[in-house]
Design a protein around this ligand. Structure first.
Ligand SMILES: Nc1ncnc2c1ncn2[C@@H]1O[C@H](COP(=O)(O)OP(=O)(O)OP(=O)(O)O)[C@@H](O)[C@H]1O
Ligand SMILES: [Mg+2]
Length: 230
């Protein structure tokens, strides 16, 4: 489903080269609920950005559904992101001038579906994430946890196969964070969507069924997670 093969990423700032990833290999199966954990600066965001085709590796290869991503044009990568990947961010990143349901349906309409299908699927996913009745609120009329639910609905509505979430609970209090993890876990089970989420919070890691730990741009540990949280 997702594979990183000896992936390296260097950033150059002036004359300084930062080795953000120094050879990372992981193989993620369809339907996994996986966390990429590690301290600040260990390379979590860098790895998610490479898997998400938002940035390109300095060396090594990323495979999505068995297909190598390097050498593809910007348009091809945009299409791949649109069809196969959903994104959830730490700061929710909703479009402020669109209502909750419009944030969700906009993402789906980009796939060229007819408007009845778009509306129906959007309503359905809003209900699944527990936001029935709040569809017409604007992002600034929702709590952080509710906004993140909209973001999850937006990521899931197109049935993307893979959802990448970079510290999805970092801006939420711990109880709301747990609820978001539980929701993600439920959606993972129901839709068989692969979830890869990053965190430096041990409470969040405990939800993962598989835990990959990064340290200084290398995998320090790759094993079974506790799963289910506390
Ligand atoms: N655009 C960039 N230019 C230069 N260096 C960068 C850039 N992005 C990240 N880095 C560096 O690469 C390393 C890995 O950063 P990354 O953002 O992947 O870490 P992280 O594990 O996500 O950290 P955090 O928990 O703080 O989000 C760090 O040393 C960081 O300073
Ligand atoms: Mg980060």
């Amino acid at each position: 489903m997702v594979k990183a093969d000896n992936v390296k990423k260097d950033y150059t700032i002036g004359k300084v080269v930062v080795h953000a990833l120094r050879g990372v290999t992981i193989d993620v199966e369809q339907g996994e609920f996986m966390s990429i954990a590690g301290p600040s600066g260990s390379g979590k965001t860098t790895l998610l950005n490479l898997i998400g085709c938002l940035d390109t590796a300095s060396a090594g290869e990323i495979y999505i559904d068995g297909q190598a991503v390097s050498g593809r044009s910007k348009n091809e990568l945009a299409l791949l992101r649109r069809e196969k990947l959903g994104f959830v961010f730490q700061s929710f990143n909703l479009i402020p001038v669109l209502t909750a349901i419009e944030n969700v349906s906009f993402a789906l309409s980009l796939l060229g579906l007819d408007s009845d299908t778009v509306q129906k699927k959007s309503m359905q996913i809003m209900e699944e994430v527990g936001l029935k009745g709040l569809e017409k609120r604007f992002p600034n009329e929702l709590s952080g946890g509710q906004q993140q639910r909209v973001a999850i609905a937006r990521a899931l509505v197109k049935d993307p196969g893979i959802v990448l979430a970079d510290e999805p609970t970092a801006n939420l209090d711990s109880n709301t964070g747990k609820d978001i993890l539980k929701l993600m876990e439920e959606l993972n089970k129901k839709h068989k969507t692969t979830f890869i989420f990053s965190t430096h919070d041990s409470m969040v890691m405990d939800f993962a069924h598989r835990l990959v730990q990064l340290h200084d741009g290398l995998i320090a540990k790759n094993g079974v997670g506790k799963g289910g949280g506390k």
